[in-house]
Design a protein around this ligand. Sequence first.
Ligand code: PEP
Length: 266
Amino acid sequence: MTLSRPVIVAGDWKMNTTPADAGRLATDIAAATEVAGVTRIVCPPYVALPAVRDALAATSVAVGAQNLHGEPAGAYTGEVSGQMLVGLATWCIVGHSERRRDQAESDELIGRKLLRCAENGLRPILCVGEQLAEREAGLAEETVRGQLERSIGELRRLGAGLPADLVVAYEPVWAIGTGRTAWGSDAAAMAALIRLVLAESAGVPEDGAGVPVLYGGSVTSASIAEFLAEPEIDGALVGGASLKVDEMAGIVARAGMTAAARASAA
Ligand code: PEP
């Protein structure tokens, strides 16, 4: 089952690029990352979504949003609903640690956002991960388990389950934008825990073995190999390096080696 999971590289451009230059960056990344077997996604800012969608229309690179609102519509000035993203994006990052930190997003809100993704045909990349103090206190697993359980609990309260096409990104907060990465073995252990919790708490079949789990946190073309050497890890959510064409080329090239190995082992 492990080997049949897709290999995914998603780039989160965060609050970078303008509509004027995002299309060119997307085009350049698409051309530099044409590697068989790798699902490629770029997630530009909202205002650049139309330009990036148009730039990538003739490629197999998918477009993702970085966020969506937890309600379907209403008096939420400045916000963007899942329905508004239809036709602009096919993926959506949910629960990124920068939003948990800066917008105080709760696990319950993140659960509602997962539901909004499912309602609008957006494939969610759910981000979870512990703070440095939590890891140093031996609480990393408990933290990630709690994040997942509370989001699943909110979905259950609303009479919904987890989106069937869920992708999870394990992103230790202390590794994001710091240049410091997790150990591959620690990320793999967390990926196994994530699948276990999804099976236990949300009834995901086959012990969660079909759910892709990505690693995120200072991934570069130099560090990606350590994570993709772990069978539990199915790719990367890339921040800073996703704005650099050469870096994305290197990351996706390494991901292509994993995809090829999985295909030949299947
Ligand atoms: C991220 O923001 O999800 C991320 C992993 O960022 P970076 O690669 O820059 O650490």
